[in-house]
Each structure stands twice: as structure tokens, then as C-alpha cells.
Design a protein around this ligand. Structure first.
Ligand SMILES: Nc1nc2cc(Br)ccc2s1
Length: 239
């Protein structure tokens, strides 16, 4: 899997060299390329933004640098196997299933907006050429798409076959299919008693049936408490 990042702050992605994703890069599972969008400007000030047509506050990212960067980084041929991701507050909520789908992609290009956002024609052009995802990480606004791109990267790359040492652990995580799309149950380890707080007895019983039942009940309880929106989804197993 090749991952490209287009940003006016490419140094944000240096962290990928030291994180788990860096390990995958070393193993050859992923190839990471960060690019400075200003490298595709031609004026002395390396300008990437301009005032919004129709008025309004703030600045909008000009389409020209993006188009030239696309030409060099991705090419000028249409290819639906290339996934282009635009993190944006107005995007579709990013989910574990979206991460799972992207984990089989061979090419992902992250376009990290700044200012008030990117000229919409950039997204329209990308849609005419590649598979585009406008995604949000939640109902809050960041200063740019870089942090969102890092979060999406981690969610996707950890699902790439061969990345996780123990792929079985993925099956029991929150939102995973193995968890019926529910939130993960509470976890405990030794010591059995810590500062007056004990591990639930059932987990020390060695009775696998009771343990499984307790964990399921806890997942259902937590999901109903914290994410009632998940309890009606088809994959949740609870209605
Ligand atoms: N939650 C998010 N906020 C932002 C802000 C900008 Br500017 C670009 C992308 C995103 S994703």
C-alpha cells in the first residue's frame, strides 16, 4: 500500500516514521510519501490561498497547486483503484468498516485542507478521476486535515494483512464484526486486587461460558449507555 499526503505542513507526517505505521513501512507493507503543496506554486510567496468568491470570512485554497500536484503524484489518467481522501468537517463520518474497506487499497492519497477549505472544483476534479472520500472524524473542527489524516492512517494500516502481530486481537475490538459492532467490554489484568478494586470474580472463574456471557452483557450495557445509535444498526445484534 502506497500512502501519499498533500499538505502545506508535510512535517506533520514525520511521526509516521516512528509510530507503528513506521514499522509497517520498514516491513514494506506500506510506502509513505509526504508532499508540500507549495512545491506546486510558482509565485515568490508560494501562494496557496485566495479570498472566497461570493465573499465571506477567511481564505480558500486555490485549485491550481492541487491540480498540478495531482498530475505529478497520481498522474493524468483516471483510475478508480486510487482512493483520494479529503478530511473535512462536512464529510461522511469515518467508521471502522470504512477503515476495513480501505485496508485493501493499493493507493491512498490524503488531501489535507487548511484555511476555510479547498476550492470545491478540486474535489469535483478528483471525483472525475479517482475514488474520492470526503470524511469527518466527528462533530468538531480542526485547523486542518493533517491530524484527521493521521488518525485515518492508523485506523487503516493496522488492518492491513500482516501488520498486526496477533490479528485475532482485531476481532474483539470495539466496532469490529467479531464484537457484533458493539463497544468493547471492560478489560482487566493482574494484580487481582488493586487499591481496593478487584477484578470481577467471573473473569477469574475459568468458566469460559460465563466469561463470554459477562463480556457480552457488558458490551450491550456500554453500547446502550454510550452509543444508543449503534444499538439499532444491523450489525449490532441488539435491537
Ligand atoms: N474535523 C475536521 N476539521 C477540519 C478542518 C479543516 Br481546515 C480541514 C479538515 C478538517 S477535518
Amino acid at each position: 500500500m502506497r500512502l501519499d499526503y498533500l499538505s502545506i505542513f508535510p512535517a506533520y507526517f514525520d511521526v509516521l516514521d516512528i509510530s507503528l505505521v513506521g514499522k509497517a513501512a520498514i516491513n514494506g507493507l506500506v510506502e509513505i510519501h509526504a508532499h508540500d503543496l507549495r512545491d506546486w506554486t510558482h509565485d515568490r510567496h508560494r501562494t496557496v490561498d485566495d479570498t472566497p468568491c461570493g465573499g465571506g470570512a477567511g481564505m480558500v485554497m486555490k485549485p491550481d497547486p492541487w491540480g498540478e500536484a495531482f498530475d505529478e503524484i497520481i498522474g493524468t489518467e483516471s483510475d478508480p483503484s486510487v482512493h483520494v481522501i479529503f478530511p473535512a468537517p462536512s464529510g461522511t463520518p469515518f467508521t471502522q468498516s470504512a477503515a476495513a474497506e480501505l485496508s485493501s487499497a493499493q493507493r491512498i492519497v490524503f488531501c489535507c485542507g487548511r484555511y476555510e477549505g479547498i476550492d470545491h472544483r478540486v474535489i469535483d476534479y478528483a471525483r472525475s478521476m479517482w475514488t474520492v472520500h470526503e470524511v469527518s472524524l466527528g462533530d468538531y473542527v480542526l485547523n486542518g486535515g493533517e491530524v484527521a489524516a493521521l488518525a485515518i492512517t492508523e485506523a487503516v494500516v493496522r488492518l492491513v494483512p500482516g501488520f498486526m502481530g496477533n490479528p485475532e486481537s482485531l476481532a474483539e475490538e470495539s466496532f469490529s464484526a467479531g464484537q457484533d459492532g458493539l463497544l468493547e467490554y471492560p478489560l482487566f489484568t493482574r494484580p487481582v486486587s488493586w487499591r481496593g478494586l478487584d477484578v470481577p470474580e467471573v473473569l477469574m472463574s475459568g468458566h469460559h461460558g460465563r466469561i463470554a456471557s459477562w463480556r457480552r452483557d457488558e458490551s450491550v450495557r456500554l453500547t446502550r449507555e454510550r452509543r444508543p445509535d449503534l444499538t439499532d444498526s444491523d450489525s449490532s445484534g441488539i435491537h
